[in-house]
Structure formats: structure tokens, C-alpha cells
Design a protein around this ligand. Sequence first.
Ligand code: C5P
Length: 403
Amino acid sequence: MRILLGVSGGIAAYKVPSVLRSLREDGHAVRVIPTRAALDFVGTATWEALSGQPVTTSVFDGAESVDHVRLGREAELVVVAPATADLLARAAAGIADDLLTATLLTVTCPVLLAPAMHTEMWQHPATRANVATLRERGVHVLDPAVGRLTGADSGPGRMPEPEDIVAAAHRLLAGTPEDLAGRRVVISAGGTREPLDPVRFLGNRSSGRQGVALARNAAERGAEVELVAANVEAAVLSGLPGSVAVTPVETTADLQAAMQAAADDADVLIMAAAVADFRPAGARADKTKKNPDGSVEPLELVQNPDILAGLVAERRPGQVVAGFAAETGDADGSVLDHGRAKARRKGADLLAVNAVGTALGFGDVPNAVHLLDAAGEDLGEGAGSKDDVARVVWDAVVRLLTH
Ligand code: C5P
């Protein structure tokens, strides 16, 4: 695809060659249009060498081919990174005093802006108004990341990480819907661990991959996402965009507290975590030892609360509460029979029922789900990778949110 990469004059420009590199490695033709100030940070030679295309800043260079109109017509995506406060202001006002801003007035393709500036500048009413104007016009303005800024200061205003900018560019090129924009969603993932003593626990084989896929897809669709992660390995969490807030938990009690705390202002709650139904009665402070005769004390278990049922009971009007049910078929019924009975028992707006076995369900394996409503009636089905299943689940949740 043909991408225009605008670069405005901020220190974060030093990270943008890696955005250019990734886009080129993914097979896109990228033309770089820096502002004059951007060249104070990264020079023309770098942009030309990495893009393999000529680089100019002014509409008067190459005037014979009327570059700002030609480039604008040909572009299939425009990315501006970093987008400084000044660039946002000029774009919002429709000022066209260099090649980049003139081109922004000619393009009809999607435009993605990755802001970077000091916190005071990002929070200034002038910048807020410019961002609101641009978003109203359909421009995709990423929220800046929170973190270390140029000097000693830190806060919102850091340019989103290059990989997040590239991921957002891919979403726009793929036409991913933004149907969760403005929604806050909270997802639990992984498996709880119930301590027996300081070294042992009762746990399960859930990897957290399905919950991470749900979080990733929700973020891609524009939601503000919190992932309550029960013992999810760092390697699995590394698949999340930087905008997803991760709350690590260990036990069912931790997970329940985190979900309840997050539930108040959430539009959607999804319980994708495998929660232990029982925990050892009274975890021991010392490591459990064998009796002198080699025998062990029997394990006494007490029941855990059903977190999903609690969230359903306290659901606010308009809030969607969903769960997952991992089932196996047996003599009493099929996976779906058990799923329908569970859907009626749990009362969630949506229950995604999946068959578990050695090659399905847990871990880095494909997944397949039947979506049921609180009456056990079909809301659809999906199969494939965990990302495919996540898309099907969110499609169904979006239908519930908008009806
Ligand atoms: O384990 P079960 O099949 O009942 O899980 C179905 C759903 O209920 C899942 O969404 C799971 O996260 C949730 N659950 C829960 N609290 C429990 C057990 C399960 O919220 N104690």
C-alpha cells in the first residue's frame, strides 16, 4: 500500500525511522514528508535512505508535479509521527504552509496522528480543542502514552511506542471497525491460584491467551481496556498494546476484588479467567510436611464465590456482562447441552461455550465457541485462532451494547 509518513518537529522524531522500517518491511511504499523543524532532529539523508524516495519539505520543491496534490491523491494512509502541538493546531485550522500540511488538506484516505509533547501542552485547552476538532472530522488521533518526557518531567504526552503506531496503521489499512470507541471494558484472563502453603497452590492450565486476544481486539476497536490478569506469563502479556492497563492478581479473592473495583464505570465485563471453584480451607503459613509415618493430612476445601454470578447480580442498566464456559461432553449431555444449562444458571448476557480437550481450548491452540444468551439461545458461533474467536465475541457484544 502507499503510505505517507509525516514527521513534525519533536524530539520523538528520533524513534520514527523504526516506524518507517517496519512499514517498509511489511511491504508498503512509504514517502516521508518532514516539516522543516523535523529535520533538526533527523536529517534528509536518513529519511531518503530508509524510504528509498526523495524527501522535501516545501510545496515549491518539485512544483512541476504539484506534489501535495499528487501525493495526497495516491496515498492510501497518512501517518504523522510525532504530531506536535503545532502540527495538530495547523491541521485543525486547515493551514497549508508547508508540504505536509498542504498534503493533509488534499488527502481523502484515513489519517493517523501520533501526538508527542509535554503534558502541559497536551492538556492545554487549545490542544484539547484541536484534537476534538480533528477527531470529529474522522482523523484518528492516538492518545499519547504516559511516561518519561524529554527533560526530567513525566506524564501523558509521550509519543505512543513505534510498534503501537505501526499496529494502529495496520488496523486502518485492514479497515478494523472502531465500534468500541468511548467504551470502557474490563476482561479477566488466566487462571487463579489458591495457596495451600507458601510453596504450593491449587491452579489450572489456563494460559490467559484468550483473554489477552479479547483485550487486544477491544483496544484495536477503540475501547479503553483493563485486563485483570491471573498468573498470566509475561510472554503472553507481551502481545498486548501499550494502551491496555494490566492488573495482576493471584487468587480468586484478588480477582473478585479487582473486577468489582473496575465494574462501576465499565460498559462491558468479560470473565475469561478460569476461576478455581474451591480453595484450601485456611492456607498454612509453613510448608506442609508429611506425618512421621509418611501419610498426609486430607485436603479440606471450601467453596469460592462465583464472581460472574456476582457481577450479573450487580449489573448496571446498559452494562454487558459476559463469561466463558469450558466444557467437556459426557454421558449426561453434549458440550452444548452443558453450556445451555450453565448459561441459564449464570444469567450472563453472553456465555461463550468452548469444548476443551488436548487439542482445543487451553494454551496456544485453536479455539471454537458457541455464543449463548441468558436463556441458552444461540447468539452465533466462531472458530479459529483465539484472535478470530475474540473478534466474534466482540461482534456479539457490540450488537448487545447497541440494542
Ligand atoms: O467454571 P465455570 O465453567 O463455572 O466458569 C464459567 C464462567 O464463570 C467463566 O466466565 C468464569 O470466569 C466464571 N467463574 C466465576 N467464578 C467462579 C467460577 C467461574 O466467575 N468461582
